[in-house]
Write a protein that binds this ligand. Structure first.
Ligand code: SAH
Length: 199
């Protein structure tokens, strides 16, 4: 019985991811965006292919028994922890997306009217959206209890997010200089910075 609930949760979240990506495309058309550099275009095509492959695996997991060989025996409580992690990922993503507003983009770019956002969730974490993707990756692994579903998402997400952070911060430093340097010192990259003293 719980297995079907976990499948519903995964199916529903995948639907939401598709809808929000359609919405982000429409948003990009509305706000306009700079032309993609060759590097960004390659990165985007690669990420799209990975996501598409993962979607096919999820479809097989949802509607057939073909991926049962990749199942891992996780206790039910751990799979519910996965549901909580997925929820945390969604909250983190929505909060970051709304706070970043027009400055959000799928690929790395500085817009002509770009402002440095340092409020809301960005007052504590510099890359909450990447935190959200990693939480979603971990959540999908635990909820599906399937190595193929989990790792074909989590591994690329980790590689993409961790390599992007360095490039993104170099880009932000070049644009915002000292303000970004100061912002970097008082915030954490993926988790809030733990302060041991008040000074
Ligand atoms: N790394 C951030 C944002 C991801 S969207 C996160 O994980 O939440 C990627 C775009 O966000 C980049 O092209 C960059 O221009 C922009 N960006 C990243 N941090 C920003 C900030 N603090 N203020 C404004 N724009 C930011």
């Amino acid at each position: 019985m719980p297995e079907i609930i976990f499948k519903y949760i995964i199916g529903a979240l995948l639907g939401i991811i598709f809808l929000t990506h359609g919405f982000s495309g429409a948003r990009k058309r509305r706000y306009g965006s700079q032309p993609l550099t060759r590097r960004n275009r390659i990165a985007q095509v690669l990420a799209f292919c990975i996501f598409l492959t993962w979607t096919v695996f999820v479809a097989l997991y949802l509607f057939s028994a073909q991926l049962d060989g990749f199942a891992i025996a996780l206790p039910i409580w751990l799979r519910w922890v996965g549901v909580a992690i997925l929820l945390g990922g969604v909250i983190c993503f929505v909060s970051a997306y709304l706070t970043l507003g027009k400055n959000w983009s799928l690929h790395l770019e500085i817009r002509s009217d770009h402002v440095l956002v340092m409020n809301g969730i960005y007052s504590r974490i510099r890359h909450p959206m990447y935190t959200a993707y990693i939480l979603l990756g971990v959540g999908f692994l635990l909820v599906s209890a399937n190595l193929l579903i989990g790792l074909t998402l989590l591994a690329p997400v980790l590689i993409i997010c961790l390599t992007r952070i360095a490039n993104e911060e170099a880009m932000m430093l070049e644009k915002f200089g000292g303000a970004y340097q100061e912002y970097k010192q008082r915030t954490g990259a993926l988790l809030p910075k733990i302060r041991f003293s008040k000074n």
